[in-house]
Design a protein around this ligand. Structure first.
Ligand SMILES: CC(C)(COP(=O)(O)OP(=O)(O)OC[C@H]1O[C@@H](n2cnc3c(N)ncnc32)[C@H](O)[C@@H]1OP(=O)(O)O)[C@@H](O)C(=O)NCCC(=O)NCCS
Length: 229
């Protein structure tokens, strides 16, 4: 069994006691966001990550450093790693929800999306595989949008677990039906092997959809928590 904890938070206020926990590179990223809400989402992701890592490693939060060097370009905007530890993290933010997934020794990916958007025909064509398009055909606009975002969060979660992000063509992977337990049925990208990919749809919070994925053959045990700092 692979244990995954997903911890959710609303955007934190930009208090000095949080800002002081950012290192120089993180502070640079924080300052570069033009919108205050984007700054707060970024800050909240870092606070979720640093406090959970501090708890797991039994260390003061001030001593926790994350390395977010991008595997593609070297800039500090990649997925955060915990140096000298087998903890694996994934951060996602959308609307009023920021999430952190943590696993041990297993690549993990989390995605959350606000669920109040409409999925029109062009978005469905762009992102869903033929089998998935068939599953949503004939649904009302509202039901199709809800089903679409279940598929979408599953897709982003597995892609984030691989670290390749959206470089894997969305239509090249097929999941179980939106109303069935989440499983990767097939993938034409070699980074994703259905026998070694597990995922779960999450409860998240009202108005949001979310999924978490891990690259493992073992079943997942997922615990969702709402964080109050
Ligand atoms: C990773 C990616 C899927 C994010 O999707 P999104 O829906 O816009 O945003 P989310 O809120 O769900 O996720 C953002 C988080 O993903 C993480 N992340 C960044 N790159 C990642 C990657 N390659 N794989 C997994 N996670 C990644 C970060 O923690 C980021 O949050 P942070 O910046 O606050 O730390 C998307 O940015 C992507 O496809 N990146 C691919 C790599 C890329 O294009 N690099 C270009 C720059 S060289």
């Amino acid at each position: 069994m692979t244990e995954i904890v997903v911890r959710w938070s609303e955007p934190l206020p930009a208090l000095d006691r949080y800002l002081e926990l950012l290192d120089e590179l993180e502070r640079g990223r924080y300052d570069a966001y033009r919108l205050e809400i984007d700054q707060r989402r970024f800050l909240t992701g870092r606070m979720l990550a640093k406090t959970l890592v501090a708890e797991r490693l039994g260390r003061p939060v001030e001593s926790v450093r994350l390395d977010a060097t991008c595997e593609d370009c070297g800039k500090p905007h990649g997925r955060p790693r915990v140096p000298d530890s087998d903890l694996v993290l994934s951060i996602s933010h959308s609307g009023n929800l920021i999430g952190l997934a943590v696993a041990e020794g297993v690549p993990v990916g989390l995605d959350v999306e606000t669920a109040n958007r409409n999925a029109d025909a062009s978005l469905v064509d762009y992102a869903l595989s033929p089998a998935e398009r068939e599953a949503v055909a004939g649904l009302s606009d509202e039901a199709r949008s809800a089903a679409f975002f279940i598929y979408w969060t599953r897709k982003e979660a597995v892609m984030k677990a691989t670290g390749k992000g959206l470089k894997i063509p969305l239509r090249s992977i097929t999941f179980s039906r939106y109303d069935a337990p989440a499983e990767l049925v097939s993938s034409s990208d070699e980074a994703l092997d259905p026998a070694r990919t597990r995922l779960a749809d999450l409860k998240a919070a009202d108005g949001h959809r979310a999924a978490v994925a891990a690259l493992t053959a073992e079943p997942l045990s997922v615990t969702e928590e709402h964080w109050l700092p």
